[in-house]
Design a protein. Structure first.
Length: 252
């Protein structure tokens, strides 16, 4: 079937658990099958970006900011198990390659973009910094509870081994006084626990020069020595940035 809003595609043999019932005789592709189908249509970077969305708690919208999900549609392990089982599927090798860089737990499109720009290897035009834990829970020890107003802090991007937290300052929330106050107290708690906390604005991510300085800061704090070669790296990185922002749409 093909209409203006629905395109039909044929698969000779569907992998197991490719579709699920949607009611009234209709079936829809599972998130895992959608990911595998898109492997032949998206660039590697965009496929990684899609994987992070499926394994995160946000949903891209055609217009306006991304919607929030209560739980992720799938996980990196779930995607990998499905793709590995589809032994003869078109796009399988590319899908598995992309999964090496997909992460669970992103709560916004910008968290995904920020992580990929920082952490994809040089050959994929990222800075090659160690991949962080996303929305990582830092537990406040009992002996510190009297100095904090919470039992744990959630960090957008966290390198626990380096005691580094990177927080994205979303324009969706920066005018909310309650959110500002909560974020400030959370940052104070993290600092009291020995963390270095870097707050990143959208402008820093969008501006190539500002982002380069940020990447050098994070590399230094995580013990990564940057070894890229310019001008080739910068040109490729700017192309990656443009591609990821196109994939992000208007979502914050």
């Amino acid at each position: 079937m093909q209409t203006k809003s629905v395109l039909g595609h044929r698969w000779g043999s569907l992998p197991e658990q490719s579709v699920e019932a949607a009611g009234e005789g209709f079936f829809v592709s599972t998130p895992e099958f959608c990911y595998l189908q898109m492997a032949s249509r998206l660039s590697l970077a965009r496929l990684i970006q899609l994987g992070c969305e499926l394994c995160g708690t946000y949903a891209q919208q055609d217009t306006g900011p991304a919607a929030r999900r209560e739980v992720a549609l799938t996980s990196v392990d779930g995607l990998r198990a499905f793709v590995e089982a589809a032994s003869h599927a078109y796009g399988r090798a590319k899908a598995l390659r992309a999964l090496c860089f997909v992460a669970d737990g992103a709560a916004s499109p910008m968290e995904t973009v920020l992580m990929l720009l920082l952490c994809l290897p040089y050959r994929l035009s990222g800075y090659g910094i160690e991949q962080p834990q996303i929305n990582y829970h830092v537990t406040v020890p009992n002996r510190r509870r009297k100095l904090a107003d919470r039992t744990y802090c959630e960090c957008d991007l966290c390198w626990p081994g380096s005691n580094l937290a990177v927080e994205y300052d979303s324009v969706l929330y920066h005018l909310d006084p309650d959110r500002q106050e909560s974020d400030a107290r959370r940052r104070g708690t993290l600092v009291s626990l020995g963390f270095t906390v870097l707050t990143v604005s959208r402008k820093q991510v969008v501006d190539g020069g500002a982002f380069n300085r940020l990447a050098h800061q994070i590399a230094n704090l995580t013990g990564k020595r940057l070894r890229y070669v310019d001008p080739g790296f910068t040109r490729a990185h700017l192309a990656l940035r443009e591609e990821l922002f196109q994939g992000m749409g208007s979502g914050e």
